[in-house]
Design a protein around this ligand. Structure first.
Ligand code: NAD
Length: 467
């Protein structure tokens, strides 16, 4: 059976193979065992032990799945998970406290507060590009908020999926946490069940399917989706710094990053100056032949390789362009002469190709950004604060960064999420805790003080509502 939970003993095979598992977790949740802070802390600490003790296995699985360089794997997967975990453990007590609020005349003697209640049984569905981080960081928030959780890793990053299914459950309370494996068919079956919250990270098209499944049960959800993140480069920049930061953000994880700069917008003059600097940054980072670099990842699957490779024809190859199907290698590539109608400008690239689209000026760049769907991130490079401010104020996106790329996601104190087609809801740090908590309205009214209540009772002619 594709699960690692003791509850599997109660499974009933049939039309809904996951019903037994979900009801088993719900029964555990109803006992109230996940609510006390001590329990949450114990499970978070156990997750920390998993990350420490299986660290090398995690790095190996990531390398097998996509040749993820060790440094990138640590920086973007295990270190971010540990930071999230430590930050959560340090702040959990204060986050869990009831939030007392101002009161009105009728309730002045009462206690009025917001209780951060667990939702119950949560489903977390992860993608393949950061398969550890994007599964475990939401899990940290869900545990911290006192929920039971079913984790569904991506089947595409199959080594990490196997590791999660085989190793993680032995660290966590098996009555409350389970890992379910499988692809579209199994996830479709899983989604037939009623969950109390769903947290999905993946593509916009599948996000729509997950939202429809959630709507069946009116289940609240978070959608962390994709999109095309524009990067405007003004004429006043330090060229090599821009090139370094752009190349790092675009080619990290071979471009398979949801917040990677997807395309560059700049003037033709800037493009001509930028190309040699990009060339130099690529050579500095990955050597003369990036295929031989231990610091450059591979495309996750043959299907993704074919898709990304086909986008190469969308313009003129100014840098890179080499591919090797056997290794699923696509060189860090820069395309110029790319029209907005080209295929590469119609979909999220999610691979190591950076198209440059030329514009006449800042205003044209902003207009162009605003004709596209709202992305996860908007980037701007400029030494002029007015330019940065103008892009910030005249565009809309999940997040924004000036003079750098992708680094904003490392800040736990900032919410992470999209807007419109790039996502719904936010997480990281306290935002995760709040996402996985129902903010419950609580009023502790007094039994005596009936006189105050009579202020609301009929016959209403006796009251003056404006006084
Ligand atoms: P995907 O949408 O194909 O798959 C995500 C998950 O959904 C996987 O676990 C998969 O098994 C499951 N799934 C696939 N088809 C399904 C279906 N029909 N019904 C139910 N579940 C289904 O995404 P992916 O290819 O794994 O990841 C790449 C996408 O994720 C990109 O679009 C990227 O931008 C996005 N992404 C977003 C973020 C973010 O934080 N916003 C982070 C990483 C990736």
């Amino acid at each position: 059976m594709p699960t690692s939970n003791l509850c599997q003993q109660q499974w009933v095979l049939g039309m809904n193979p996951y019903a037994g598992l979900v009801s088993c977790l719900r029964a555990s949740w109803l006992t109230g065992k996940t609510r006390p802070m001590e329990y949450r802390v114990s499970q978070l600490e156990a997750l920390g032990h998993f990350l420490d003790e299986k660290h090398q296995s995690i790095l190996d699985a990531l390398a097998l799945d996509m040749h993820k360089p060790q440094f990138e794997a640590k920086l973007s997967e295990t270190v971010l998970c540990k930071n999230e975990l430590n930050y959560t453990l340090n702040n959990l007590r204060s986050w869990m406290k009831d939030e007392h609020v101002d009161k009105n005349m009728v309730t002045q003697l009462d206690m009025a507060f917001i209780r951060k209640d667990p939702y119950g049984v949560v489903l977390i569905i992860g993608p393949w590009n950061y398969p550890v981080n994007l599964l475990l960081v939401p899990l940290i928030g869900a545990i911290a908020a006192g929920n039971c959780v079913i984790l569904k890793p991506s089947e595409i990053s199959s080594c990490v999926e196997r590791l999660m299914a085989e190793m993680l459950p032995s660290y966590l309370d098996r009555d409350c946490f389970a890992v379910v494996t499988g692809g579209i068919e199994k996830t479709t079956k899983l989604l037939e069940n009623r969950f109390d919250y769903i947290f999905f990270t993946g593509s916009t098209s599948i996000g729509r399917i997950v939202m429809e499944a959630a709507a069946e049960h009116l289940t609240p959800l978070t959608l962390e989706l994709g999109g095309k993140n524009p990067c405007y480069i003004a004429d006043d920049c330090d060229l090599q710094s821009v090139a370094n930061r752009l190349v790092w953000g675009r080619f990290f994880n071979a471009g398979q990053t949801c917040i990677a700069p997807d395309y560059v917008l700049c003037t033709l003059e800037m493009q001509e100056k930028l190309l040699p600097a990009l060339h130099r940054a690529i050579a500095d980072f990955y050597g003369a032949n990036p295929q031989e670099s231990p610091d450059f990842a591979r495309i996750i699957s043959d299907k993704q390789f074919q898709r990304v490779q086909s986008l190469m024809d969308s313009g003129h190859v100014a840098i890179g362009g080499q591919t090797d199907e056997k290794e699923r290698y696509i060189a860090p590539t820069v395309l110029v002469d790319v029209p907005m109608s080209a295929p590469i400008m119609q979909e999220e690239i999610f691979g190591p190709i950076l198209p440059i689209v030329t514009v006449a000026n800042l205003e044209e760049a902003i207009d162009l950004i605003n004709t596209q769907k709202q992305p996860l991130a908007v980037y701007v490079f400029s030494s002029n604060k007015k330019v940065v401010k103008q892009v910030l104020e005249q565009t809309s996106s999940g997040g924004f960064a000036s003079n750098d790329t992708i680094i904003q996601t490392t800040l736990i104190t900032l919410p992470f999420g999209g807007i419109g087609p790039s996502g719904l809801g936010k997480y990281h740090g306290k935002f995760s805790f709040d996402t996985f908590s129902h903010h419950r309205t609580c009023l502790m009214h007094l039994m005596d003080q009936e006189k105050l209540n009579t202020l609301c009772y009929p016959p209403y002619a006796q009251h003056n509502p404006e006084s």
